[in-house]
Design a binder for this molecule. Sequence first.
Ligand SMILES: Cc1cc2nc3c(=O)[nH]c(=O)nc-3n(C[C@H](O)[C@H](O)[C@H](O)COP(=O)(O)OP(=O)(O)OC[C@H]3O[C@@H](n4cnc5c(N)ncnc54)[C@H](O)[C@@H]3O)c2cc1C
Length: 491
Amino acid sequence: MINLKNTSIWLDSINQKELKPLEHNIEVDVLVIGGGITGMSCCYHLMNSNKRVVLVEANRIGQGITSRTTGKLTYLQDGIYRKIKNSSGTLNAKLYYESQKEAISIVKNIIDENKINCDLSLNDSYLFTNDKNKISNIEEELELLKSFNETPLKTEKLDIEIPTLATIKCSDTYVFHPLKYLESLKKILLKNDVELYENTRILSIDKFKDSYLCKTSNLLIKAKEVVLALHYPYFLDPFFMPLKVYLEKSYIGASKVENTHSFNAISLDRPVKSIRYQDDSKNKYQIFLYGSRNIGTNLNDKEHFEKLKLLPFNYEYLWSNIDIITSDYLPYIGKINHNLYLATGYNTWGMTNGSLAGKIISDLILNKNNRYTKLFNPLRGIKIKKIPLILGSSMKPYTNELLFPKKSWYKENLRFAKKDGKSIAIYTDSKGKEHIVYTKCPHLKCGLVFNEVEKTWDCPCHGSRFNIDGICIEGPSNYDISYKNDQEEII
Ligand SMILES: Cc1cc2nc3c(=O)[nH]c(=O)nc-3n(C[C@H](O)[C@H](O)[C@H](O)COP(=O)(O)OP(=O)(O)OC[C@H]3O[C@@H](n4cnc5c(N)ncnc54)[C@H](O)[C@@H]3O)c2cc1C
């Protein structure tokens, strides 16, 4: 019988050596906050630059959004060129296409030069539809790719049994093991005098003369330049993140297979389907993503996992992941203030965009030109048409929470109470142990929803996640929700 694990295949197939937290105040040239693919890529391009470069990670390197990706390195994304063309014009769509090709070669070069073993596998990528109303979108994407001098093939079928009406196939794309890649980058960075500290959370950033003072709970880092590589930045009140982006959550399963295929695919249809294979020379897996939702809607995670389970696969792993969607489908990468840089909003394509962000931001810091700075300028305006979607997405869960604080699908092992005027929840696990947390997100006080499958408390407004004991595992929240005192009045 298969032992089903509610974690990602990547987290379960790697031993990450824990690094020490920062232990004293320091003064640095560049402080990179966040150890996902973005922060680690940025450090890679800054190493050997004669600058003191330090990366701090609130939890463990690579264990944020990057640890739950599907790990494709592809420029054939989910109809993205058509979307960018419609929001910002064909020239920008072409430049984005070029950026993604460049990102792939950046990662490939790093892997080749350093002989990194991260299960990199050359793949064809497919974009497909089985919806007759979407065939014209496939055709438009194909024509756009041709106009960029790409030579995609139009085919009717995938190499496996997924019904399709139209597909596009592109070559020279890859899949890899994102955490093996980051673990190798970690070793390279440490060898090249980049300092990496885990379990070191930055709680505030204040401008001080020409530098920034970045505070943890008990230490101070003075940095000439600061890179915010923390997925959903907490600190940027004037940047108005909640008014600029919304978030999407997707559900993924990995099951053992006899044979793998050297292709990956994604559909234009809803529910979205995405597939790739993973072969680490010991085990072969099919990784299948089925269904994405705006995080503010259809909040019952179990129901979404059940839909994934209806597919005829024997899952060994089930997990979910959240990414940030921008109003024009272009990431925010670049300078947002004097010597303050931001990289986020990858629209679910952060293996390429996070890797590229590392190069763009290091170029800005090292005063080198980069042809993508204008395209990804984080200070550009938002698309007005998208404002109702963005606002609706974060406001709806607030009202929903006021009307229905206890979700209809919650079981008896989840009780609610009030303590000192604050709402708490008590989850009793299968061994009878109680796990008590506050139920409001410390970020903007949105009511949290319990994800019964992964045993996490998830914020339906801005995507923060907390483990069963209330430890923050994903921002924007920068604080835990753990409740220490167990004297409650049950209501
Ligand atoms: C379902 C799904 C599938 C995907 N599949 C693909 C794919 O196949 N290909 C692709 O290109 N992209 C994919 N993506 C997108 C990609 O995974 C993400 O965009 C990317 O991993 C984001 O990387 P990051 O470094 O920005 O964020 P993270 O990996 O989340 O790193 C940010 C880090 O910052 C840390 N941090 C936060 N706050 C602080 C603080 N205050 N102090 C210190 N550290 C802090 C966090 O702990 C975290 O480790 C997928 C996304 C989803 C949702």
